[in-house]
Structure formats: structure tokens, C-alpha cells
Design a protein around this ligand. Structure first.
Ligand code: ASP
Ligand code: MG
Length: 402
């Protein structure tokens, strides 16, 4: 039996926690299993390294950034091997180069292409615990790359898939995936299970427990994930395909405050205008989320859409620059909005979920600015000041805490 265990930065933040993780892994090892451990950098190391780089050169090349950031994971992996050795257990730490975790060349946001297993299997064969640096890859130029913030989860899943592991456990400082952010919603409850699709929606909606791409990859290779705490032995949340699961109408509610609304007012009401607007934004790498178009009047209409908060200035700049060609009379914006979403695989087969959500919002007098839906998600745009109230109202409206 082979298990991949991934521990986040807070789980290895200091000596005491490193030994805590070491002991947990050793228990598993002593019960006869093969254990592969994936680690993040200790505590806030990655943030501190980024700050150091900014201090030296705010326009540092991405290649050098990756050279710098990958050191964080190498520190925790080496220290973990030393801790296990101090407890008289054979362990070996390996970086992405030693394992050969091949990635695309894109520094700062690389993706795995292929992961070799020979070295790891060889070390496991000699009954060692194998510790692998998370978050990093090696590209075709033999340079180290990083996978984007939070990428260690993806390293764990990639290894679990390549090694055909029996389990992939993601250890963090919370007990699992919750129906809502427990810091905001008092009645939030830990979920026993979620489907990959629900987790993907929740992850991209700002429930930051798992790196989005780790869930995509787990789904693709059918790797069963467990999200659980490194600080206690409670069971955590299982993420897997939902066939035999009891599909809850609504599984969770998530909020995303990093959102802004932009409106292009008075554009010509004729074919090709929407295409031109969104094509122009896309070519400038701006991701658009919810789109709303007003009914035309006197040959013109308004098109509103949301973008990530950090993209707002750039998006406005682009629209202003192309105002004439895009037939826009005026561009307006509102940064003080937030997205609220409910997610649930059971929505597919049950009508009335949207109505129920809107009712809960109405009951607490929260106004809805925009609406968008997918098969298993309903998202509304509300004023940012209302978001906590709205989240509680919707959570309790669906009795998610029970
Ligand atoms: N240390 C990296 C980060 O902070 C990767 C990770 O923790 O998953 O983003
Ligand atoms: Mg993380």
C-alpha cells in the first residue's frame, strides 16, 4: 500500500511541527506502508522570499524568481528527512530534479508534463520514507520552475497519479472542506465528502483549501483525495467522483471579494459589438466572468461584466482606448462588489434552488446585481458590504449547517 501525504506550510512552520509531521508519517511507515511525503515551504517562507526579491529588483526575471522560490521547499524537505533520521527512521529528501518532474517551460506558472517514478520506487524499495519538494518542476532547459502559488497540492496529486498511490492525503491547518468559511459563517459544518466538480467550483470561488489544478488532475486520473488537519486525527473530507454519493442539493457557499463590475454604456445594438468588446479584452489577457446585457433602447444597449479586482484598472484602460471602435459612450465601474455562489451536484436534478437562494437574500434585504449559473452552481453579484450577511443568510436558508 502506497500513500502520498502532503503537508502545507503551516504544518511544518517550526521544529515542533516538523517533528509532529515526521511522527505522523513514521506511524504510517511502521504499519508497513510505503510513504511519500510532499512538503510546502515552512510557514510564510514563500512570501518572505518574494519580499526579498522585490527589495533587490522589483522587476526580477521570472527564471530567477523560480530559482529563489524553489529553495523554500528544499529547506523543508531536507529538514524533514533530518527529523526522521533523528528518530531513527531511514528517509531521503528529493527535489524535482532528482525525481525528474518534467514541466512546461513557463516560469512562475508551469504545469507538469510527465513525472518519472524510477528514483522514488527505488528508494521505497529500500524501505525509506521519500520526501519530495512540492511546488516545483524542471523544464526542457533544465531550469527549475514553479507551479503557481499553492502548487504543492498539485505536486502531491501528480505523484499519486504517477505512482498509482492508494491514497493522496492533503494535510492543512483546518479539519477539511466546510460548507462555508467558518470564520464568517458560525454554523459552517465540515463536509464528509464532495465531488471533484463541486470542489473545482468551490476552489475557483475562493474557498482556498486546494490548488485548483490539483483537483482537475485528481479528477482526470481518478485520484481520491482526502483533505484533513495535521493538528488532530479527525477524519477530514474525501474528494472523489460522486456516483454512489448522496448528492446534496447544496454542498457549500463561497464568496469572492476580489471582483469588480464594469459597464460599457450606450454601445450600438447590432451584431459584432459584444464580440469586439470581449475579443479585445481577451487579447489583453483579461478574464471576464459574469456578463449581463441590457435590453436595447433607441438602437443602443449596455453591456456589464465582472473581472477580477486586480484587472479592473487595466480593463478600463483598454476599453477607454478603444472606445470609438467599440462604439462605447461611457465606461463605468464598481470595485465594491463581491460574488456569492452556492454549489451542489444535486442542483442538476432539483428545480427551485435559485428561487430559494434569492428568497434567503430577499429575507435579509440583500440586493442582487447580476446572476450567472452553471449546472451545479448559482452565482450572484452583491454589494461587498453585504457579503458576510448574504453568506450567512444563504447558508442558513439551505440549512447547510445541519
Ligand atoms: N510554498 C508555495 C506557496 O506558498 C507552494 C505551496 O505552499 O503550495 O505558494
Ligand atoms: Mg495551500
Amino acid at each position: 500500500m502506497l500513500i502520498v501525504k502532503k503537508f502545507g506550510g503551516s504544518s511544518v512552520a517550526n521544529k515542533e511541527r516538523i517533528f509532529n509531521v515526521a511522527r505522523r508519517c513514521i506511524e504510517e511507515y511502521r504499519s508497513g506502508k510505503d510513504v511519500v511525503v510532499v512538503l510546502s515551504a515552512m510557514g510564510d517562507t514563500t512570501d518572505e522570499l518574494i519580499a526579498m526579491a522585490e527589495d533587490i529588483n522589483p522587476r526580477a526575471k521570472k527564471r530567477e524568481m523560480d530559482m529563489l522560490l524553489t529553495t523554500g521547499e528544499q529547506v523543508s524537505a531536507a529538514l524533514m528527512a533530518m527529523a526522521m533520521q533523528a528518530l531513527d527512521v531511514p528517509a531521503v529528501s528529493l527535489n524535482a530534479f532528482q525525481v525528474m518532474m518534467h514541466s512546461t517551460s513557463r516560469y512562475g506558472n508551469a504545469r507538469f508534463k510527465r513525472v518519472e517514478t524510477e528514483r522514488i520506487l527505488h528508494e521505497l524499495d529500500s524501505r525509506k520514507i521519500v520526501i519530495v519538494t512540492g511546488f516545483q518542476g524542471v523544464n526542457k532547459y533544465d531550469d527549475v520552475t514553479t507551479l503557481g502559488r499553492g502548487g504543492s497540492d498539485t505536486t502531491a496529486v501528480a505523484l499519486a497519479a504517477a505512482l498509482h498511490a492508494d491514497r493522496c492525503e492533503i494535510y492543512t491547518d483546518v479539519d477539511g472542506v466546510f460548507t462555508a468559511d467558518p470564520r464568517v459563517v458560525k454554523n459552517a459544518r465540515k463536509l464528509d465528502e464532495v465531488t471533484y466538480d463541486e470542489m473545482l467550483e468551490l476552489a475557483s470561488l475562493g474557498a482556498k483549501v486546494l490548488h485548483n489544478r490539483s483537483v482537475e488532475m485528481a479528477k482526470k486520473y481518478n485520484v481520491e483525495l482526502v483533505v484533513r488537519s495535521s493538528l488532530n486525527y479527525s477524519e477530514g473530507t474525501v474528494v472523489r467522483e460522486g456516483a454512489d454519493m448522496e448528492k446534496l442539493l447544496v454542498t457549500g457557499v463561497a464568496a469572492d471579494k476580489n471582483t469588480a463590475r464594469i459597464s460599457a454604456i450606450g454601445v450600438l445594438d447590432k451584431p459584432g459589438i459584444a464580440f469586439n468588446i470581449f475579443d479585445t479584452l481577451a487579447k489583453n489577457n483579461i478574464n471576464v466572468d459574469i456578463i449581463l446585457q441590457s435590453v436595447g433602447r433607441e438602437g443602443t444597449k449596455d453591456i456589464s461584466f465582472t473581472v477580477a479586482g486586480d484587472d479592473m484598472e487595466h480593463a478600463i484602460e483598454i476599453l477607454e482606448k478603444n472606445k470609438k471602435r467599440l462604439t462605447i459612450k461611457e465606461v463605468s465601474c464598481n470595485p465594491n462588489v463581491a460574488k456569492l455562489s452556492v454549489v451542489g451536484a444535486g442542483m442538476m436534478s432539483n428545480p427551485g434552488v435559485a428561487a430559494k437562494m434569492f428568497e434567503a437574500l430577499y429575507n435579509s434585504r440583500v440586493n442582487i446585481n447580476m446572476i450567472s449559473t452553471s449546472e451545479i452552481r448559482i452565482t450572484v453579484l452583491v454589494d461587498e458590504k453585504d457579503i458576510d450577511k448574504a453568506m450567512n443568510a444563504v447558508h442558513d436558508g439551505f440549512a447547510m449547517g445541519e
